[in-house]
Design a protein around this ligand. Structure first.
Ligand SMILES: [Zn+2]
Length: 127
């Protein structure tokens, strides 16, 4: 198909920072958890995924594995934990107007880059 992927090298695949960051409040807009809100616990820019607290819970059937005794498993059986979901499935909730919104990037007078709410035009990040 494409010649750029020969020799196994990932040419031209840039990892861009996500617009959503750790600590942001987001709302899920697709999938079974639609409408749920939660805080971003972790971001995965490479996979374009975010881990949201209490959202996209999956039940893992954790088995006892014969690993070393130095690291005993703390949890076995049914473990419920959140799984990362794609950034396109969540939208940032603006801390100012409390609506889910798209993000614009703008600069302050001293050249600092800040994220701006497209709805109320307020800064999302503290300046
Ligand atoms: Zn806003």
């Amino acid at each position: 198909m494409s010649t750029a992927t020969q020799k196994g090298k990932q040419v031209g695949r840039m990892v861009r920072p996500l617009k959503i960051r750790k600590g942001d409040l987001v709302e899920v807009i697709a999938g079974k958890d639609r409408g749920k809100r939660g805080k971003v616990v972790q971001t995965f820019p490479r996979e374009n995924r975010v881990l949201v607290d209490g959202v996209n819970l999956v039940v893992r059937h954790q088995k006892r594995t014969p690993t070393s005794r130095a690291t005993p498993q703390t949890q076995t059986g049914r473990v419920t934990k959140p799984a990362p979901l794609h950034v396109s499935k969540v939208m940032l909730v603006c801390p100012r107007c409390n609506q889910r919104t798209r993000i614009a990037t703008s600069f302050t007078q001293d050249g600092k880059r800040v994220r701006t709410c497209k709805k109320c035009k307020e800064y999302i990040d503290s300046v």
